[in-house]
Design a protein around this ligand. Structure first.
Ligand SMILES: CSC[C@H]1O[C@@H](n2cnc3c(O)ncnc32)[C@H](O)[C@@H]1O
Ligand SMILES: [Zn+2]
Length: 434
């Protein structure tokens, strides 16, 4: 049995009473086995099989990206500066229709490279050809909640086949990769899935005992269309269809009224806040301070790299912390520590993984990242939580572990061939555009 000892590091434990301390941490059997402040006890030095000098490094829980479409990394920069519906209907969907399983594999691998190198250890992915995303997850060593996203704007036989594919994927992959893969059930959105079709997903989620994930209330146009088509706003619509009787994570939730926020809190629906994607597609600004005040779990997502245009959760934290101050005129909303919790603890909570990941605590899985704080933008040592959120970047991450396995060592990937993946992704894009 190997036992890694990290000594003389700076540690940020994320909890309601987060703390920053100088000390040590031991990893054994994929878990945080022990940790403490100050000098390493002699018994820890003696039982270690590997020792890492943590001087100049800050260790914290790996970041959790609660909404994305990994394979869309292939479409980065392809159609910038458009509103959602134009972007989706006239650019993303026509190109995605040509995606093969291999395109999804290499696009997702490209995303995995970027995520690991910017400190993400768990990601949510909603897409098609999900077995290929699962393969990337298995090989890369990342942790993921994966879901076959289904657009139901198609004939009944195609709808049926897509639902069956989602169920088959769930049965095959939930709990796989040593428990690193979980599965969710996903009708893509209320405006792309008719109500009777959404009902079938809710039934499947009950049968399989799985959580649900969907896009919801992302644009004003979507809310208005929902009212026109179904006589109510998306939150009430999904509630009537029984979706919130399952543990549910909704992406975006930008356009909400007070009653909807109260209902989301009551139903314990979690929200994945994607501030950069929402800004880029000019969708609006989610009412994050109000959601948090109401007790809704709000985590952070990048969405796909075609609407972001990167997968760096540090930038998402910075944006979340700044944006809501700007629009509210209140500098106290979304303080740095809350942005950090959104990217870690609240991410874990929204995926049913609280108590397993998202914090540095003895007994939790060793999903840990090390940030190089021996750099000008982390000086002086006033407040490391502030530095991480307001001046940190994904490229500051030097080491990454998931389940105690090191996926990034001195910024070198240990499980993925970065050069090959970039070359294959470039070829996929050229083929798709030909
Ligand atoms: C059917 S798989 C997922 C589907 O979602 C599309 N998508 C990507 N970003 C967004 C977004 O912000 N809102 C709605 N849908 C989005 C993606 O292009 C895939 O087709
Ligand atoms: Zn999305």
């Amino acid at each position: 049995m190997t036992r890694l000892l990290i000594k003389q590091g700076t540690f940020v434990t994320i909890d309601e009473q987060f703390s920053v301390f100088q000390g040590w941490l031991a990893v054994e059997n994929g878990q945080i086995a022990a940790m403490g402040e100050g000098e390493v006890p002699q018994r820890e030095s003696e039982s270690a099989t590997e020792i890492l000098d943590g001087s100049g490094l800050l260790f914290m829980p790996g970041l959790i990206n609660t909404h994305g479409h990994a394979a869309m990394s292939l479409l980065r920069g392809m159609a910038d500066d458009l509103v959602l519906q134009d972007w989706l209907q006239n650019h993303m969907w026509p190109t995605e229709a040509k995606f093969t399983g291999d395109d999804v594999y290499w696009g997702s691998a490209l995303a995995a490279v970027e995520m690991i190198k910017s400190g993400t250890t768990t990601f949510v992915d909603m897409y098609d050809h999900m077995q290929r995303v699962a393969e990337v997850t298995e090989t890369s060593g990342l942790r993921a909640s994966l879901t076959r996203g289904v657009i139901g704007l198609c004939p009944e036989d195609v709808q049926k086949a897509k639902l069956e594919d989602a169920i088959r994927f769930a049965r095959e992959w939930h709990g796989q990769a040593n428990g690193r893969i979980n599965v969710m059930i996903s009708p893509h959105a209320p405006y792309t899935c008719p109500p009777d079709y959404i009902l079938k997903f809710v039934e499947a989620a009950h049968e399989l005992d799985l959580p649900m994930h969907t896009h919801m209330s992302e644009t004003l146009a979507e809310v208005e269309q929902n009212v026109r088509d179904y006589g109510c706003r998306p939150v009430e619509h999904l509630d009537r269809l029984g979706m919130f009787s399952r543990p549910t994570l909704v992406a975006h939730a930008v356009h909400l009224n007070d009653e909807e926020i109260a209902l989301l809190a009551e139903r314990k629906v979690a929200v994945s806040h994607n501030p950069i994607s929402n800004l880029k597609l000019a969708s609006g600004v989610a009412r994050v301070p109000d959601l948090l005040k109401a007790g809704v779990t709000v985590s952070l997502g990048t969405d796909g790299a075609a609407s972001n245009n990167n997968l760096d959760l540090f930038q998402e934290m910075t944006t979340a912390a700044l944006l809501h101050k700007g629009v509210s005129g209140d500098p106290t909303v979304v303080p740095a520590v809350e942005a950090l919790r959104m990217a870690t603890l609240y991410g874990a909570r929204s995926l049913g993984l609280e108590g397993a990941v998202g914090q540095l605590k003895v007994g939790l899985k060793a999903d840990i990242i090390a940030v190089n704080i021996a750099q000008a933008h982390f000086v002086p040592r006033t407040d490391y939580v502030s530095h991480l959120v307001y001046s940190g970047r994904g490229s500051d991450v030097v080491h990454v572990w998931v389940d105690g396995k090191q996926l990034l060592r001195d910024r070198q990937l240990t499980t993925l061939d970065e050069e090959k993946i970039m070359a294959e992704a470039e070829l996929c894009y050229r083929r798709l555009r030909a």
